[in-house]
Design a protein around this ligand. Structure first.
Ligand code: NOJ
Ligand code: MG
Length: 529
């Protein structure tokens, strides 16, 4: 089997990540739910997204935003029932929107019956479904591996008289991916949802599924300094991105390929130059290893040009690119680059070659607002305080209108909603020039001009703070010029028909080159048809 070069729908799709718990509450408990999501499908249609990815909706003690799963084949009662899920799936499909679920194969909740059974004895049926090890000679943990969320990655189990490994919380024991029976059980979980009709998965923590079998200690991180959070003080050579992990991803892909037209996205760690591996070569792996490069890039034209180039160069032949500008783990980009450049980013995201991923609220330019200490929910913030690692600010509920509960809930929202009142859907739908309208128009533009999806990407040289590139398909040639400066800048482009400006205040009209871009302005020009 070679790399999938088929023309999958996910190449043309705009993918919208949403957390059900923060999207729309229907029953006044302050937490979003599936019935609420159902009420908001019209919004998704209006915006024009092609697919939604839901963060975990499964039964969970919610120690880690649902990434601690106690049952892979059901829906948490906070969100509704399996029947509610089916209703959402059908409503989305009727609206032409696909649904991608989060799939978390690295760990379960410690409340999962598999773990409960596994911790009871060293000989039982599920004895080796998790990563168990004896302690060191001094009785301490087996090695120096650290949890992402602070402290050792090993927890003692009295009943078993052994330690278990947890890459994340102690309540999230790591599964043993070397066990074929465990692999088969997870394959069946995928089939359970694929049979129901889901369009694919986003695989959580897909780079850490297998850890070194010799349990070799990780070396100290040579770049670690005082500001480095303690969990990063060792380089995760023997825990992350092991070659054996690739076999696990290939297996997940084989299961997915039992079904037509589904997509496998995956959260992968590390630097851009590693991303190629996750696509696979002889055997296919992920369709879309999530690319966070824009979030890590410095925000100036030269850095962006280099970031984009490095990413494209890292892709194997035939691999399809993607771009992520936000997520439930990521600080809001609009806070970093400011509202004016958030518009430029929208144009970049929707005109550069690759599948765009945006996260609920990014289309409103939602900013990161620090939460009062007493509202903190994220264990990351509680366990590794003082480094600004908390993820609550990006997880606060959607603001649909300017009312008290933001149109999100009639009750008390599970996280405070403290955004500025104008950062809400209703207000931005009314304002013809809002960021929300810009997203909508850019998504429409992509639909109208397949060149923006399938066309070749040709970089132009960034100069004078203008990031620019061409998209070309057949006779069609489109040019994008993005002014990263807060002052007007000349863009030496040949001219053509200007289709859209980030400022949304210009008619579609013929323009002569060179073009004077206003401060923070991006434009798309069609040079030849
Ligand atoms: C990655 C998820 O995106 C994050 O939210 C979670 O805490 C960890 N994986 C553990 O599942
Ligand atoms: Mg609710």
């Amino acid at each position: 089997m070679g790399l999938d070069r088929g023309d999958g729908w996910w190449r043309r799709a705009v993918i919208y990540e949403l957390a059900v718990v923060s999207f729309q509450d229907s029953d006044g408990d302050g937490k979003g739910d599936l019935a609420g999501l159902l009420q908001r499908t019209d919004y998704l249609t209006w915006l024009g997204v092609d697919a939604v990815w839901l963060t975990p909706i499964y039964p969970s003690p919610m120690g880690d935003f649902g990434y601690d799963i106690a049952d892979f084949r059901a829906v948490d009662p906070t969100f509704g029932t399996l029947a509610d899920f089916d209703r959402v799936l059908h409503a989305l499909h009727d609206a032409g929107i696909r649904l991608i679920l989060d799939f978390v194969p690295n760990h379960t909740s410690s409340e999962h019956p598999w773990f409960v059974e596994s911790s009871l004895s060293r000989t039982g049926d599920k004895a080796d479904w998790y990563l168990w090890a004896d302690g060191a000679a001094n009785g301490g943990p087996p090695n120096n591996w650290l949890s992402r969320f602070g402290g050792t990655a090993w927890e003692w189990s009295e009943a078993r008289g052994q330690f278990y490994c947890h890459t994340f919380l102690t309540q999230q024991p790591d599964l043993n991916w070397r066990n074929p029976r465990l692999q088969e059980a997870l394959a069946d979980v995928m089939r359970f949802w694929l049979d129901r009709g889901v369009d694919g998965f986003r695989v959580d923590a897909s780079a850490v599924l297998i850890k070194d079998d010799l349990l070799r200690d990780n070396p100290p991180n040579p770049d670690a300094g005082k500001e480095t959070p303690p969990p990063q003080r060792f380089t995760p050579v023997f825990t992350d991105d092991r070659p054996e992990t690739m076999g696990c991803i290939e297996m997940l892909r084989e299961v997915l390929d039992e079904y037509d037209g589904r997509v496998l996205c995956g959260e992968v760690q590390g630097k851009t130059d590693r991303i190629g591996h996750f696509y696979g070569s002889d055997k296919p792996r992920l369709h879309l290893p999530l690319n966070f490069a824009l979030l890590d890039s410095q925000w100036d034209a030269l850095s962006l040009q280099a970031t984009i180039d490095a990413y494209f160069n890292a892709l194997p032949k035939g691999a399809w690119p993607d771009w992520v500008i936000g997520g439930h783990d990521k600080q809001r980009v609009a806070s970093r680059i400011g509202p004016a450049q958030a518009r430029v980013l929208a144009m970049l995201l929707l005109t550069v070659r690759g599948t765009p991923f945006l996260y609920m609220g990014d289309e409103l330019g939602k900013q990161r607002s620090p939460l009062p200490r007493e509202s903190v929910q994220d264990p990351f913030e509680k366990l590794v305080p003082g480094f600004g690692l908390g993820r609550d600010p990006e997880r606060t509920p959607m603001r649909w209108d300017g009312s008290e509960g933001g149109g999100f809930t009639a009750g008390k929202p599970w996280l405070p909603m403290q955004d500025h009142r104008s950062c809400n859907v209703e207000q931005q739908q009314r304002d013809e020039r809002s960021l929300l309208q810009l997203y909508r128009q850019l998504i429409e533009l992509r639909r109208k001009h397949p060149c923006l999806v399938d066309g070749d990407y040709q970089p132009r040289r960034a100069r004078n703070d203008v990031l620019c590139y061409r998209r070309c398909q057949g006779q069609t040639r489109m040019s994008v010029g993005l002014n990263i400066a807060n002052e007007p800048r000349q863009w030496p482009c040949g001219g053509g028909i200007r289709l859209i400006s980030t400022h949304l205040d210009r008619a579609v009209e013929q323009v002569e080159g060179p073009i004077l871009l206003r401060a923070n302005e991006g434009i798309v020009v069609i040079e030849a048809l």
